[in-house]
Design a protein around this ligand. Structure first.
Ligand code: GLC
Length: 476
């Protein structure tokens, strides 16, 4: 098939995206726009199973902006904040942006193998990466644009990344931006609340026909769903009130995605969700609608509480930018990262932690080190994270709880000076307790109080960040 040029993405007509609205009967979750068959709660639970077990994933933001590294024409743009937005921040058109960025985007041969190895080492069970970010540049080979990796660097980088992730036995997620700063028919004036380099300026190519862009978005999504084997997650980014669902023909888009990839798990950013987390993102959890995506996505902040029955994933940066910036040194500490993971899991959520590789695909050393440190902690304590669910109790002063059938995990952040750990269980409930660092599972002494048990700990915390005590117990 002939490629369509950047400036005039043509549309293939005659492709009818099927939308079959199935009847709603019994205990079903309707998928808006119609899935082929309505899904029962049990089917949904089965589809979500691996994701709920996984708890920890790696996010990767990588594209043309990565080579620019937060610098535009020799000047630092900022030391904080998302440098994947650099084109918008400096107000450049695609021509100028690409002219600066393409020469700096030089992927090494095995960059993807390094990413996948690091994710595995860190203990991540899935990797979500940017197939296309807001700048519109595609890492995948597309018939609908020449603004893709195949045309600009001669490689289908999406395929290389997918292959590498699969080789490590991890699940694959596609981040895909519905916002597109390069497409000449993307109607940024109609999408007034969403970022664009030309925001509030007239369109240089006259009135725009947004439906042409939406067709392009659908066709590219179809390519992603058809050309790379099974896709485990689709991670849309993002909508706002007024430019949400119908603006992208989202119901139709989701119906196509689910038809092509029946097992796929989707976030809900095709549809408007309130506030991108200025305050406590628990509001985002409350307004989650399963028919608009399987899980909701608090960004950069952890909700004060989880909500039963709501699937959610906190995405977060290691410093303050998603895309690489040579100026951002605000790296989070290991303590912060590991305790965040525990905190999120104790509330029933997943943690999607971002790396921003450089223009050659190499990962900043600070990120490698942090991810490896989390991995070392996970090697010992992973059983208190994977497959666990939200704490049955309020968070204690000294740390957090997670649980699995029959086992309560106490993640101790602040080791008690008196070496006594108070747990709100009755003596008849608690059978045994041991430290996860202790391979022999030597039983810790348990004493009874009126409304709690007391576990006697050794003097020294085995882990300065979070030591885990496993407690075998039964519910009454
Ligand atoms: C926001 C930003 C984007 C980033 C994303 C990650 O929507 O626009 O740059 O990719 O969040 O959650």
């Amino acid at each position: 098939m002939k490629k369509h040029a950047i400036s005039s993405p043509l549309i293939i007509s005659g492709i009818l995206l099927q939308m079959l609205a199935g009847p709603l009967c019994g205990q079903t979750n309707k998928i808006e726009g119609g899935n082929m068959k309505p899904e029962t709660t049990q089917q949904r639970n089965e589809r979500m199973e691996w994701w709920r077990q996984a708890r920890f994933g790696m996010f990767v933001h990588w594209g043309l902006y990565s080579g620019l590294a937060g610098t535009w024409k020799d000047k630092a743009v900022a030391t904080r904040g998302g440098m994947e937005w650099i084109q918008q921040r400096v107000g450049a058109d695609t021509w100028d942006y690409a002219h600066q960025a393409v020469p700096l985007f030089r992927p090494t041969k095995d960059f993807a193998v390094e990413w996948a190895k690091l994710a595995k080492q860190a203990g991540c069970r899935y990797v979500v990466f940017t197939t296309k970010h807001h700048d519109g540049f595609c890492l995948f080979e597309s018939q609908y644009t020449t603004y893709d990796a195949k045309d600009l660097v001669g490689r289908d980088l999406c395929r290389e990344i997918v292959d590498a992730i699969r080789s490590e036995g991890l699940k694959v997620g596609f981040y895909h931006s519905v916002i597109d700063w390069h497409h000449p028919q993307y109607d940024y004036q109609a999408a007034g609340g969403l970022p664009h380099p030309l925001r509030k300026k007239p369109s240089p190519n006259g009135p725009r026909n947004h439906s042409i862009y939406v067709d392009y978005l659908h066709h590219q999504a179809q390519e992603l769903m058809s050309n790379y084997g099974p896709v485990d997650i689709i991670w849309w980014d993002y909508s706002k009130k007024g430019s949400e669902g119908p603006f992208w023909r989202a119901d139709e888009l989701m119906a196509m995605v689910r038809k092509s990839q029946p097992q796929i798990i989707s976030n809900n950013r095709l549809y408007h969700t309130p506030s991108i987390e200025k305050e406590d993102p628990v509001e985002r959890l409350r307004t989650w609608k399963p028919e608009r995506g399987d899980f909701t996505t608090p960004e950069q902040r952890i909700p004060s509480t989880g909500i039963e029955g709501v699937d959610w994933e906190v995405c977060m940066t290691l410093n303050t930018t998603w895309g690489y910036s040579e100026h951002d040194h605000a790296w989070k500490s290991d303590e912060k990262l590991i305790r965040n993971l525990v905190d999120i899991v104790s509330k029933g959520g997943n943690y999607l932690l971002n790396i921003g590789p450089r223009g050659d695909g190499s990962i900043p050393e600070e990120s490698i080190r942090s991810m490896q440190t989390i991995g070392q902690w996970m090697d010992t304590n992973g059983e208190a994270i994977y497959g666990t669910t939200a704490s049955p109790f309020e968070a204690p002063q000294w740390g957090r709880y997670t649980q699995k059938p029959g086992i309560l995990y106490a993640h101790v952040f602040d080791w008690p000076e008196d070496r006594q750990l108070h747990i709100p269980l009755k003596k008849s409930q608690a059978k045994q307790a041991w430290l996860l660092t202790d391979k022999d599972k030597t039983p810790l002494k348990i004493e009874t109080e009126s409304e709690a048990i007391v576990i006697h700990l050794p003097t020294q915390a085995p882990d300065a960040i979070a030591s885990v005590v496993a407690i075998e117990w039964k519910k009454e």
